[in-house]
Design a protein around this ligand. Structure first.
Ligand code: FAD
Ligand code: SF4
Length: 579
């Protein structure tokens, strides 16, 4: 029998990193962290098209995935890809999550935004988890994650983000509030005096970071380590100070209680500990850890799927509440674009900088509460957009190029003609005149996650129940387009009939907190927060425990709740020092 460790943490996103750090401080060297994805050092995030094609997550598990992703997996040989982007297609809802050390923090857009109190008024939020009681945990997480608005551009033209200014002006025209958001991006250690762009220094936890270069590539992984991803703060301290052992490319596929001798006991309640079984994807072999407690932080989809399989397929955790999989939310995500006429340099600056409020923070209107955020996107994506433009649209610039060449034949060569010609072609860019509108709001949080006939996760999203929210977003988007000076407003093509598929990057729910097992899966009692009803020492700490949509970007709330789960386990009130 292997030695019993104090805790196994599954996953290294926000919930996992926070719990790895807090538990490892309590039990140095005795915490194992298992992560299915890879570790990414500075400069290691793929950029070339071929590398990007391999940067998806595909296991031969029959989960429906886009055709091009499956093709890339087949080409890769083993039919498996262990990259960052895990893209899933479900009923009326596509979901994008991330695999890698740092979880969603590797590709998120850095926003740290606390929801308004009205969100917590929903009776599905247990009395112990209302906003006031979470305030200290929000504060600690905010400090560790280094949240702050973009620095002032006064006297520093390179810090000027044109897109932010245009969104703020459009909000004003729409008589809406726009505010600069707190973002978890490194601009040096001193908030008032930013480190010059591109300069490097150690952050306060000892990890090397670069002061943001405004390259706009946040959602592809920051090659400068300017994003305050959790592998550079919580997880960094867990590993380097408190000696947690992080095992990458370890996919957990089973949790089973043990008896007093450490032998598998499927009827056990976990009071003697658990075996956590995994597949080592690098070496293609299986293994297990014996542990006193387990923190499942595999994300909304990952945690729910793992527990559903343990309950229904493997029968190792049969007594989990039947509420498992309920209250799925896409956090009201609605992705849309304004095209032609926008003049906001969309490839510059951290991905998101501001939010315009539509009845979420001021005059809360249930069913119509959302925010509109700006989004930069990587310059290299613009090249793809340009390549994808209908050929006819190239006609004008190309005919001008031919005229230039003819003129040079008849009137002799003139220096710079070729340069002018290229400038002419590229200045007609569609991508340069487009903007992304990232909308999110308070949806009904009534989706259901379940297992399909093959034993893999399925999601059913009741799109009709949420039409009033989506229709409000569509209506305001049309108006916002005009205020931004653009010609066309269009939702993501998958929204069009007959598909009517939405996409979310903010999945929540499935193992929600509640006062009892009739209403949820995990305990809302503060000293047992996150513990799975019926199982001692088995916790969930991630987006899966969030009872409803937050309306705002959810990382702040996931982090606050995860800090509180860790406090319940360790009995130690968290601070922002991590040591
Ligand atoms: C493009 C994009 C932009 C976003 N921008 C923002 C933003 O600006 N602000 C915001 O608040 N939110 C944002 N989000 C959402 C945010 O990233 C997630 O809400 C957050 O990461 C969820 O944290 P988590 O701890 O629940 O799980 P995750 O961060 O998803 O972490 C789960 C981890 O568990 C691992 N895992 C899963 N299954 C297993 C298994 N069986 N065994 C081992 N490991 C496993 C995964 O690989 C992953 O590393 C964004 C998301 C995306 C995709
Ligand atoms: S804009 Fe984003 S990706 Fe680029 S350096 Fe700043 S944080 Fe990193």
């Amino acid at each position: 029998m292997s030695d019993k460790c104090e805790a196994v943490v599954i996953g290294t996103g926000f919930g996992g990193a926070i719990n790895a750090c807090r538990l490892a401080r309590q039990w140095p060297g005795k915490v194992m962290v298992l992560e299915r994805g890879k570790h990414y050092g500075m400069g290691e995030f793929p950029r070339a098209p071929a590398d990007f094609a391999r940067n998806f997550w595909v296991l031969p598990d029959r989960t429906p995935r886009p055709k091009h992703v499956c093709k890339a997996a087949r080409k890769a040989g083993a039919g498996e890809l262990h990259g960052m982007y895990d893209v899933r297609n479900y009923d009326h809802m596509d979901v994008v999550v991330c695999a890698g050390v740092g979880g969603g923090s590797l590709i998120y857009a850095n926003v740290f935004l606390e929801p308004p109190e009205e969100v917590f008024a929903d009776p599905r939020w247990p009395a112990s988890c209302k906003k006031a009681s979470l305030a200290p945990y929000y504060a600690v997480a905010k400090s560790v994650l280094g949240s702050r608005p973009i620095p002032s551009d006064v006297g520093e033209p390179r810090r000027h983000i044109h897109k932010t200014e245009l969104f703020q002006a459009a909000a004003k025209k729409a008589h809406r509030d726009s505010r600069l958001l707190d973002i978890n991006v490194f601009f040096g250690k001193d908030f008032n005096t930013p480190l010059p762009i591109g300069k490097q220094c150690m952050n306060r936890f000892g990890a090397l970071q670069t002061s943001c270069t405004y390259c706009g590539e946040c959602v592809c992984g920051c090659n400068y380590h300017a994003k305050n991803t959790v592998d550079l703060n919580y997880l960094y301290v867990a590993e380097h100070v408190h000696k947690a052992k992080v095992h990458t490319e370890h996919l957990v596929d089973e949790i089973v209680p043990v008896n007093v001798s450490g032998i598998e006991d499927r009827q056990g309640d976990g009071s003697q500990g658990y075996l956590v079984r995994y597949r080592n994807l690098k070496e293609n072999k299986s293994g297990e850890f014996l542990t006193k407690r387990v923190v499942v932080s595999a994300g909304c989809l990952g945690s729910t799927e793992l527990l559903l399989r343990c309950k229904r397929v493997l029968h190792t955790l049969p007594n989990i509440s039947d509420r498992l999989g309920q209250q799925f939310s896409g956090n009201g995500d609605f992705l849309s674009f304004v095209i032609e006429g926008f003049k906001g340099e969309p490839n510059y600056g951290p991905t998101i900088t501001q939010a315009t409020d539509y009845n979420l923070f001021r005059d809360f209107v249930p069913g119509h509460a959302f925010v509109v955020e700006d989004a930069s996107y990587p310059a290299f994506l613009s090249w793809f957009v340009e390549g994808a433009r209908p050929r006819l649209m190239w006609w004008k610039p190309i005919s001008r190029l031919v005229r230039h060449l003819l003129t040079s034949l008849t009137s002799g060569k003139s220096p710079g003609v070729l340069g002018y010609a290229f400038a002419d072609v590229l200045s007609d860019c569609t991508s340069e005149q487009s903007a992304v509108l990232l909308c999110m709001g308070v949806d009904t949080s009534t989706g259901v996650m379940d297992l399909d006939a093959n034993g893999h996760l399925s999601v059913n999203w009741p799109i009709q129940q949420n039409r009033s929210l989506y229709d409000a977003i569509l209506k305001e988007g049309e108006q916002f387009k005009r205020h931004l000076g653009a010609k066309v407003f269009t939702p993501l093509p998958t929204w069009d009939w007959p598909l009517r598929n939405n996409v979310t990057v903010h999945p929540l729910g499935g193992c929600v907190l509640a006062d009892d097992r009739e209403h949820g899966v995990t305990n809302a009692n503060p000293v047992k927060l996150g513990e799975v009803f019926g199982y001692s020492g088995l916790y969930v700490a991630d987006g899966a425990i969030v009872p409803t949509a937050t309306g705002s970007n959810p990382v702040a709330t996931i982090s606050a709740l995860s800090e509180r789960v860790a406090e319940g386990i360790t009995g130690v009130v968290p601070d922002d020092q991590l040591r």
